[in-house]
Design a protein around this ligand. Structure first.
Ligand SMILES: [Zn+2]
Length: 250
């Protein structure tokens, strides 16, 4: 290689290196300017934030600002998108075999949601999470449920009072793994046998026993009272009045 060729090769190398450095800076700068998270979350929630009640947001919770009061009825995924929702009464896989309401989003009191978020965070440390099976239930849905199952052990008699689900401070939940797959539990939803109660001594599956105990312990530590007949049902210790006229949007 003569001197001229060597100089040309060196020039090409230097130019190549400068182009590389230039492009690297552009990529880094683009991420900062765009404010787009790798999973696209900021885009996903942009529309939601516009419809929020007044209040400040925070960098740690970019999805939603807090409402004025714990009693405000809110959509759970606006505050806790990491909690899975599969409302059993929005479909037919429940004891009635009917669809009891037309909405598929879980709604709860904001104070109750805050407690659920605490439970979710505890479970995430163990590689698990929550999945909601039922949350706020309309009075109309409560009446339909009573028609099918007039048994006060499982359904509140609408002529005598209301379920905590119609107050928006009760939730039916199960555990999911890191992939969102439901974990083994003593029974499925709406199982009206002794296996569903909180006497876990009759549960043969060791994993189901451990999982249900973990769910109960976690929810209790976050301010919920477990219902003795149904391992999936928890009521917020803070009580609220019945929401007779609230109907979540479809
Ligand atoms: Zn329930």
């Amino acid at each position: 290689m003569d001197k001229k060729t060597r100089a040309l090769a060196l020039l090409i190398c230097v130019a190549g290196f400068m182009i590389f450095v230039f492009l690297a800076f552009r990529v880094a700068g683009g991420d900062k300017e765009g404010g787009v998270l790798p999973d696209g979350q900021s885009v996903k929630y942009a529309g939601v934030v516009e419809s929020l009640p007044d209040g400040g947001g925070s960098e740690t919770q970019p999805t939603r600002s807090a409402p004025d009061s714990n009693s405000e009825m809110v959509r759970v995924r606006d505050y806790a998108p990491e909690i899975r929702v599969d409302l059993k009464y929005a479909g037919r896989k429940n004891m009635t075999g009917r669809r009891l309401y037309d909405f598929s989003d879980a709604y709860l009191r904001y104070g109750t949601v805050k407690k659920l978020i605490r439970a979710q965070k505890q479970l995430e440390k163990l590689g698990m999470g929550l999945e909601i099976w039922d949350a706020y239930r309309t009075v109309e849905a409560q009446k339909k449920l009573w028609e099918v199952c007039p048994n006060t052990a499982y359904v509140a008699d609408p002529s005598k009072g209301y379920s905590s689900h119609t107050r928006g401070n009760a939730v039916d939940v199960t555990l999911v793994d890191a992939d969102g797959t439901e974990m083994v539990m003593p029974t499925g939803f709406d199982n009206l046998t002794r296996l569903a109660d909180r006497d876990y001594s009759d549960i043969d599956d060791e994993f189901a026993r451990e999982n249900v105990r973990l769910l109960e312990k976690t929810m209790k530590s976050c301010g919920f009272t477990p219902y003795k007949e149904e391992w999936w049902h928890f009521t917020d210790k803070d009580n609220y009045s019945v929401m007779k006229d609230f109907v979540p949007p479809q």
